[in-house]
Design a protein around this ligand. Structure first.
Ligand SMILES: [Fe+2]
Length: 340
């Protein structure tokens, strides 16, 4: 048994305010991540809580087409999870963009996805201070009407974030409130701008990151965005060609849509993670959370009824992000004075 992982789950459950009268459901896939299942159960029992393991034969989506969804076990899984208070998702891909997540938290349950290696879970576990920074960032988005992202490399992207019902994702890495979902570890803010509102250009540079490819961008890619969709991908290096190939092979116009947009806030998250660790052992949370990154994504948007397994998260360096007149990130660094 991984005793360090058990200790970390105990620490995490305390952040999640798990009580001895509550029930934990661990959603897993047959034969996968058994160490996490074991640690989640043992830690729950050590705090006096009940623990139920729900194992589906398979729930993960493929990273490349063809995509065939098999949801036959989902209804039974949802029914059992609905009897529990805290749902720990240790499936391989995570039920992040799926209807399962929406239905579980819709019933007021807390749901936490766990995927990173033990060391990353421990080093980046959430704190009250991180939660406060993420919450302060959410207020900027909630009160804002326009996000403008620029960079010296040529990025110039405008998004409509107006409206009281703007979906905002606050991720500080634990679930301490009812109907809350999070991913341990996390430290970023994101929103889903008004669908089809994005306009402009995104210029990727060496050192930016492709997730879930888990590698750094190696050469410039110039991406044109019109009415919320990528309409052109240009560049002299091989990354532009690879990105074009990747989108084309899904034969689905929705994979070109822009999805969530936001910025990283975790003071301990490092751009070096993909070099320090085996990249394929990571889920990418560290890169998503680097303080001052601009993270944008493609494809899935459950608020626009768009569910596709073709979903890229792309954290970028050196961008400036403005919400209306307020600079929240300046050239890749948090504008510290506004976070309190
Ligand atoms: Fe994403």
């Amino acid at each position: 048994m991984n005793l360090l992982l058990v200790d970390l789950f105990v620490q995490q459950y305390k952040l999640c305010k798990l009580t001895s009268t509550e029930k934990v459901a661990v959603i897993s896939e047959y034969g996968e991540k058994t160490e996490y299942v074991e640690a989640a159960v043992v830690a729950a029992r050590s705090l006096g809580a009940a623990a139920l393991v729900l194992t589906a034969s398979s729930l993960s989506n493929p990273l490349l087409p063809p995509y065939k969804s098999d949801g036959r076990e989902v209804a039974a899984l949802l029914s059992a999870a609905g009897e529990c208070d805290l749902i720990i998702d240790v499936t391989v891909g995570g039920l992040i963009h799926s209807d399962v997540r929406t239905q579980i938290i819709g019933k007021g349950k807390r749901m936490l996805f766990v995927a990173e290696p033990t060391e990353v879970l421990g080093r980046l576990i959430g704190t009250e201070d991180l939660k406060n920074r993420v919450s302060a960032s959410a207020a900027f988005l909630r009160n804002g009407s326009r996000m403008h992202v620029t960079s010296q490399a040529g990025t110039d992207l405008v998004l409509d974030i107006s409206g009281e019902s703007l979906p905002i994702t606050c991720q500080w890495g634990y679930v301490d409130e009812p109907a809350r979902w999070d991913h341990w570890p996390s430290g970023f803010i994101a929103c889903f701008p008004q669908d089809k509102s994005a306009q402009g250009t995104i210029v990727l540079q060496a050192g930016d990151v492709f997730i879930p490819w888990q590698r750094y961008v190696s050469d410039d890619v110039i991406i044109t965005v019109k009415d919320g969709y990528i309409t052109n991908i240009d560049g002299n290096g091989h990354d532009a060609r690879l990105l074009s190939d990747y989108f084309a092979q899904w034969h689905d116009p929705e994979v070109y849509a822009l999805s969530h947009m936001g910025w990283g806030l975790h003071p301990l998250a490092s751009w070096s993670a993909l070099n320090v660790y085996d990249p394929r052992s990571l889920y990418g949370q560290e890169l998503r959370s680097v303080a001052g990154n601009f993270m944008w994504s493609t494809g899935s948007n459950r608020f626009a009824q768009r569910e596709t397994p073709a979903h890229l998260d792309i954290p970028m360096r050196d961008c400036t992000i403005c919400i209306d007149e307020t600079v929240v990130v300046r050239q890749g660094k948090l504008e510290e004075k506004i976070y309190g």
